[in-house]
Design a protein. Sequence first.
Length: 341
Amino acid sequence: MHVAIAEYLANMTTNRMSKAYSDTTAYLLFNFLEFFELVELRGQHTAPDDLPKCRLRIAKYKKTPESDLPELLAPRPTDRPARLVTEAIVEGYKLHRLDVDDADETTVNNELKILRMFGKWLVRRAMLDEDPFAGVHSVQDEFPSAGRTLDVGEYGRLAHASELDLQRWLLVTGLHGLRRGETDHLRPEDINVEGGFLDIRKHLGKDGATIWHPKYGKARKVPIVEAATPFLKRVRDLPTDKYGRVFGVHDRRKAKNRALLAAEITGNVRFHDLRHTAYTMLKEEAMRLLDPKLALADIRLIFGHADETMDAVYDHRTVERLRKFISISPLAKPVADLLAA
């Protein structure tokens, strides 16, 4: 399997695939390799909870000169042939990413697309007779979500029904409209209660390498909701995980599903829907109280959107607002009287 991955990555370089896409593919395949080796060694086709995340090897891969790659990509004693990959192992990897690594549905589906391309390549190279990746369904096939916003009552019930770790996460994310990864990677020093903002910025490792960076690579300061200041002081004092993050907890997806059931909220609610909820409600109130053009510009700064086109994606009440607006037409009343006659 190690040799197959090395050849596949070399093939991508030959076909001049972008560096970013090649790095993403390398990370995913090495991560899958780690899972595959451990499962095969144990002889079990379930997702192991104690699987180490494949961080070190891919970090080396990205920083290693091309002349040194053959050594990194050389087979190891634990290597297993690609023909041992089964659909059950791929399904186990998908569940591992969702339940243990706590990856979101979109990320897992994108990874499955890359794995399916790798599977087709293995079949073409006669390393596999059948493609085990093709039969694993995307997550949205099993847990469909149309995207939605919560109303104030639903958000309150969800927060009250959540376990303490998830409740803290929901409050910080929902009040400030953060992306999921932005909340996940908050460190105590990023919660600047004295300055009144959350610092969404790049994080560096001890060796100076980037561990995580915000979307588009753009740092920003998100104002803290004043009512949440005492709460955030307590959050800042929480123990951190080994990466220094305040919210480094696992199984958040399962905890969310338990909370939705307890709060009697039907339908699938994505974590990202909290951000859409925060955007929609803030815009609705800002358009009522402030100059609309200034309000939209400020909201865009808070949410870290690249441009104004994202408003059409995030504002879920546009139709309802326009319906109310058109109802003030002078023609509305005589038409209503005519229809009532």
